[in-house]
Design a protein around this ligand. Structure first.
Ligand SMILES: [Fe+2]
Length: 287
């Protein structure tokens, strides 16, 4: 049984005090490949349903479906209909999970600056666009951010902790983020150690440096890449405190869905990252 399921049961039994309720449930996952048959996510409806069951069991109440948009393969035009069909099956299976339409947009599409292409792909049809950032350079990223902003959208960088230039020189990412026009979404499995100690360490450097606005599962399956946020939540709660952990797993995701301004999880949560800059210490070690 997961931690969140445990809390869910005792909360329903009225055992927990009021003050504990807010921190245990209602995660909102803003990056999940839960639609089957459109990308490298689940191959069948049954696996999509099982992913939804795992998400609910982990304390996730809302999932933003973010299939890869790949030119010539999948353009995302039927996401709403696919989500309606999945939602109907979930209802039949007594799985209570809200499904919201989104997409993970490749850098090449972002660089076009084509508002007609990009705006319909924004998360929940709002102002935030989830941008794939793997294998990109700083210059490409800066150009893509510029193009997205010209469309009136705000880019959310998917798993920047896996991007080479960020790993080599996170202060370059900090330059862009400091302008307040781009936001960082770290992957839960990077933070909780599922993807290894090295990625966990570099993810925590970004988190403690304020380069984290959201944490999402980027789930693709029911295995190693399953929809799970509770492990990352617990680590962030210990590292940065409850307010910051809550901000990136619930509060900011809710703001994404409502097209509201996002908070910096470190700066605005009172998290204790005092003393010498975490980023500066990281950079010193790599010299
Ligand atoms: Fe993804």
């Amino acid at each position: 049984m997961s931690l969140c399921s445990f809390y869910s049961i005792i909360e329903r039994a009225g055992i927990l005090k009021e003050g504990y309720r807010d921190v245990t449930l209602n995660f909102i996952d803003t990056h999940c490949h839960i639609i089957h048959g459109v990308d490298d996510g689940p191959a069948s409806m049954e696996t999509s349903i099982e992913m939804a069951r795992l998400a609910m069991d982990d304390g996730i109440t809302t999932v933003v479906a973010t299939p890869h948009i790949v030119e010539g393969y999948y353009d995302g035009h039927d996401r709403s209909e696919r989500l309606r069909q999945l939602g109907s099956r979930l209802s039949d299976a007594s799985i209570f999970l809200e499904l919201v339409a989104g997409a993970e947009v490749p850098m090449s599409a972002c660089l076009t600056g084509d508002a007609g292409l990009l705006k319909p792909l924004a998360l929940n049809g709002g102002i935030y666009l989830l941008m794939e950032t793997a294998d990109t350079t700083f210059e490409q990223l800066a150009q893509a951010v510029y193009q997205i902003r010209l469309c009136g959208l705000y880019p959310i960088l998917a798993h920047p902790e896996r991007t080479r230039f960020v790993q080599d020189n996170p202060s370059r990412l900090a330059e862009i983020v400091a302008r307040g026009e781009v936001f960082c979404q770290l992957t839960a499995a990077s933070l909780d150690g599922t993807f290894g100690k090295s990625l966990q360490k570099s993810s925590l450097v970004l988190a403690r440096s304020g380069l984290m606005h959201l944490v999402a599962s980027d789930a693709h399956s029911t295995g190693r890449r399953k929809p799970c946020l509770s492990g990352a939540y617990e680590i962030l709660r210990k590292e940065l405190g409850e307010t910051a952990a809550r901000m990136v797993t619930h509060e900011n995701p809710r703001r994404v869905l409502e097209s509201q301004e996002l908070e910096n999880a470190v700066r605005n949560s009172g998290a204790d990252v005092s003393g010498r800059s975490v980023l500066a210490r990281f950079m010193h070690r790599r010299r």
